[in-house]
Design a protein. Structure first.
Length: 209
């Protein structure tokens, strides 16, 4: 299709997003499977439901435009998903794999946010107010998903990394022959100085094991 008008571009970009979302519908269950953290699994599962509704919104917009949503392949999403697959094929520390899955998923969310931000603006410029509102809803959802993933990266993953460090600290104490009563107290007090560095050290951790 020749891009003669903003409407042509709007339709092309919508088709790209429609294809991108449908690729994600297939990829998200695989990402859920590959995740170890229950919270991350839940976040991916929830975003699958959200993605389903986003496809329905696009369907509605295409129906009102009287245009078929089919006929475009989003190569960027294909590439992002391809990189995500590389992560899933890696062996390694489950919490580090989870962090890598989050990194992949956030790239996807940012790509979607850019796409929806554009079509939302085009819809507004073209006077399609209902479509602009629907696209804004999706844009907000992608933003929420991104924020949730940032939270998970900062909490769940690092908490697990800290727990792994606590386990190591316990092992060291046992090796030093400390009695079990003191060990319980130490578990709460000792990791504090290490916890501060846990975030930075996290990705280097497997080498320590
Ligand atoms: Fe989406
Ligand atoms: Zn695309
Ligand atoms: Fe890349
Ligand atoms: Fe999304």
């Amino acid at each position: 299709m020749a891009l003669e008008s903003l409407r042509d571009l709007y339709v092309e970009e919508l088709k790209d997003l429609y294809n991108a979302e449908n690729q994600l519908l297939k990829a998200l269950p695989r990402m859920t499977k590959a995740a170890s953290s229950e919270e991350l699994k839940a976040a991916f599962t929830e975003h699958l439901d959200v993605t389903q509704k986003q496809v329905e919104r696009l369907d509605q917009i295409f129906t009102e435009l009287g245009v078929s949503p089919k006929g475009k392949k989003c190569k960027a999403m294909e590439g992002l998903i391809e990189e995500g697959k590389e992560v899933m094929q890696e062996d390694g520390d489950p919490s580090v794999i989870d962090a890598a899955l989050i990194a992949s998923a956030q790239r996807v969310e940012h790509y979607e946010m850019a796409g929806y931000g554009c079509v939302r603006t085009f819809a507004t410029l073209l006077g399609y107010e209902d479509a602009a509102a629907l696209l804004q809803e999706t844009l907000d959802e992608e933003g929420e998903a991104d924020k949730k993933l940032t939270e998970l990266a900062e909490t769940v993953i690092n908490v697990e990394a800290e727990e792994a460090e606590e386990d190591e600290a316990e092992d060291e104490e046992e090796a030093d022959g400390e009695d079990e009563g003191e060990e319980m107290e130490a578990e709460e007090e000792e990791p504090a100085p290490e916890a501060k560095t846990a975030e930075k050290a996290q990705l280097k951790k497997p080498a320590k094991k």
